[in-house]
Design a protein around this ligand. Sequence first.
Ligand code: MFK
Length: 554
Amino acid sequence: MAFFQAPPKLDNQFDSDALLREYLSRRFPADALATHEEEYRHLGALAAGPLYREMLADRQNEPVLTQWDPWGHRIDAIEVSPLWKKAQVIAAEHGLVAAAYEQKLGGLSRVHQFVLNYLVQASLDVYSCPLAMTDGAARTLLDSGNRELSDLAVPRLTSRDPDVMWTSGQWMTERTGGSDVGLSETIARRDGDAWRLYGTKWFTSATTSQMALTLARPEDNGPGGRGLALFFVQLRNADGSMRNIAVNRLKDKFGTRKVPTAELSLEGTPAVPVVGLRDGIKNIAPMLNITRTWNAMGCAWAARRSIALARDYAHRRRAFGAPLAEKPLHVDTLASLAAEAEAVFLLAFLAAELCGKREAGEATEREELLFRVLTPIAKLTTAKQAVAIASETLESFGGAGYIEDTGLPRILADAQVMPIWEGTTNVLSLDTLRALAQPGAGQALAEEIEARVSSATQPALKAAGEIARRAFGHALSWAQSAAEDRPRMEAGARRFALTLGRSLELSLLIDHASWCLDHGRSPRAAAAAQRFSRTTIDHIDDFNLDETALLSAG
Ligand code: MFK
């Protein structure tokens, strides 16, 4: 009988996730866990079964833009995949955005919301993109103090009724770039008491949304980010036609291919200022901090999916006389992946915890500062890890990992967006410097790391704690020594931010492992902390800037 390889399968993504279950036991009161456990299990089953199968079957079904109707009218209709339509219903009914705003769990509402997303999103073909922006838009409108716009949009953005729920876009990038947003060319012109926007938006993810928050320069304003204003746009008229918006084309992207990312022309699009007529970048910042938190969380569910598939396959695939799960080198490789994935999970959920506390009014001043610093650090650190984990996962399948219709290559292609959108690693490294310049921010981070490592009682975890302390201390002393030398500081900013991210991750792993050991749980978490402590935590280094320039120029 000829040989056929069995493909990987997924178990219930809630029941089989030891780390998630430990984490929930730690963080949730027993009655809250009891209330939500069935929903978590239900989403874990959906993600492992029907949605995962549909995602594989639907692999080649991509959004289609129809610009003209048969009679020559410009319609710019975008048809998304069937799975995306289903995702919209799941998102509303399970409150994938709403759960954060209903505040049923007070300061833990964000954790609950992100647990729901963590369980299901890896089987929803990056529907997380519009949801992240929807969440960010709701937060931004609420923070803006614009009562009228909040009353109009927030109940829809946070609705549990699929027929009522809106999603929102976040239109920032123009042809001038996605990083230096202050260069934006879109102009806002007065039209009586109203405003109209004229310009081109170059990367508008999820163009099927009902509304968007965007930046434009009121015509009398000066250059730069301060001259931009934050605007609210409703995309369609009541009859469904676009409000002076032309969809020029959909982007031909490496990954996230189900996301209908478009280039748009704004041709007198009606828009409403959200808060004042300047400081647009500052006013859209709440959106950035929410979507960056989603990004870190997206890395957690991408890493979890990678590991779940690789682990399962290791039992199905035999080579050299035994399943891969019994081959020491393969086991060692999976263990390293698992340690990285656990670190991603704990860092992303720390960001969720802080976000939830501040929204519930429970955050201390230290935690407010910590959230601001943590957002870029978590986003940039986890994004690099997600790509590395996805790449290694494909390799763990050998040639099958490189074949499109296994669905595996999509994991890597989709992960690759994580370090790019919502601020590249370099832009966020510089944002880390900006966030740490706030008085007390460095201290807040230092205290967080110290609190986590000092919980260790077991000698091996104490030793790992010393590694985290040393790396963090080295990073701070480097930053102090480079403070007066901006080129040196900028050149080293990525190594600095990654050192902060990895020392914080190590401290979280140690803390979690200590809890597990103290509560008679699996020693797996301690193994993760120890293995992670032997990776490079301290990336700090200085290079001669002249040699650096010479080398980069070639
Ligand atoms: C699964 C996950 C899914 C996620 C899906 C999302 C898909 C979305 C697709 C996209 O839209 S991708 C495009 C995203 N673009 C970015 O993220 C922009 C990247 N660039 C930056 O973040 C730059 O750092 C920035 C544009 C902010 C720099 O611009 P400026 O003009 O140099 O700003 P400046 O002067 O540094 O800051 C202006 C004000 O904003 C300052 O406040 P003050 O006026 O009080 O001094 C800053 O402190 C404040 N600010 C900037 N970033 C902030 C912030 N405040 C709080 N949080 C931040 N992150």
